[in-house]
Design a protein around this ligand. Sequence first.
Ligand SMILES: Cc1cc2nc3c(=O)[nH]c(=O)nc-3n(C[C@H](O)[C@H](O)[C@H](O)COP(=O)(O)O)c2cc1C
Length: 172
Amino acid sequence: MEFFDVVQSRHSIRSFVDKPVEPEKLRQLLETANRAPSAGNLQAYEIYVVCDPERRAALARASLGQGYVASAPVALVFCANPNRSATRYGERGVRLYAVQDATIACTYAMLAATALGLASVWIGAFSDQQVWQAIGSPEGLEPVAILSVGYPGEEREPSRRRPLDTIAHYLD
Ligand SMILES: Cc1cc2nc3c(=O)[nH]c(=O)nc-3n(C[C@H](O)[C@H](O)[C@H](O)COP(=O)(O)O)c2cc1C
């Protein structure tokens, strides 16, 4: 799919059919995330690939009961790795770059999902502690975003956006 078609056709999908994501598609999606830029190319993030239904159910509970986290066959948990960024960037790496690295990687994965004919929804409303526990309490990592991925069980109209002129501020 052409890049601008991918961007136009991506919507958050919150209903998934009972069909697994092919391993090669999952791999391609993760390879795409791995192409994302990062501060100093440190890639201060980790991705937890959660296919196990019990762990997905735990992630759904951790996400304030958002059931589609459990019904999507894959949940990708993007975690900031602040210590990795701190090695070069100190406090700015901890506070900012590690989180940005993780979110850019998640964005790449989300767009790759669309290009591969998959649906996704970005989940940000969750208990950090409960998500962290659901992925095995990895030392020093901070969950930043969950991307639920699968085949769509619904069709959606594009959601509205602010008029561009209220967002883009041209300075002379
Ligand atoms: C940082 C962030 C957090 C989000 N958290 C949630 C969430 O917890 N649950 C959910 O259903 N959607 C969540 N979304 C998806 C947004 O609701 C969605 O992107 C927005 O409404 C625009 O719709 P669209 O994705 O279809 O264009 C989140 C998106 C972002 C970027």
